[in-house]
Write a protein of this length. Sequence first.
Length: 275
Amino acid sequence: MSRIEQKFEQLRHSGRKALVTFLTAGDPAPDQTVDLMHALVAGGADVLELGVPFSDPLADGPVIQRASERALAHDVALDDIFELVRTFRADDDTTPVVLMGYSNPIERMGVARFAEQAQTAGVDGVLTVDMPPEEAEEWGRPLREAGLDPILLAAPTTSPERLDAILGLTRGFVYYVSMTGVTGGAGLDVADVAEHVDAIRQRTGLPVAVGFGVRDADSAAAVAGVADAVVVGSALVRTVEESVNNSDYAALPAALRDQVGELRRGVDQAQEGQG
């Protein structure tokens, strides 16, 4: 059983929902990433998504695009990210870490080598935004053989047939994109999310995580009421960007910890309301 499966099993037994947080590896600087990862966990994050910086992040909004640019300015590559995860694992051997990004850097390294290096570093799952299910079977085989969970995206526009294909290839959890468009968008429709999450649950026993459009404790609480996990990315990356703009790096870990703490309280309050 992977760390991701273990985490969701623990949460299910305790009657809690998962909080999944995203930061771009190497933003604002590589030597700060591990401290920020620990700050997210201290604030209440259950799963960490670590973005792999990429020069053409088509699914990401401006906030995360700028985060990739800041990381790439430091020449952050996959080998550097593996080292960051390895350093994080020296003090935290339980929090799942998912690498989230695009297929190009992985294909350049070679999927088999990537899978081996990721597993050795302590990565638990891989979410590749631009990997269609038609290609994911062959692409995901080395990941599964290395004990990594391939995670695919489902969207409001995903047909039932395509959804079945996605669910057949996904491990760990299903990532449901709450709206069409890019990260950081507005207009979260919780009733529509609930309808789609229910449709996914009718087809799989995997936990369903919902991302895109979750900005604060209120929106996190709303999503936690209908999903198994709440994913927050742009709101956290915006806090990193503010620290860059203010040149206030020393206060960033505490700021992220407190921000995640607010999100955590929102998620837990939703659970209390259902109890």
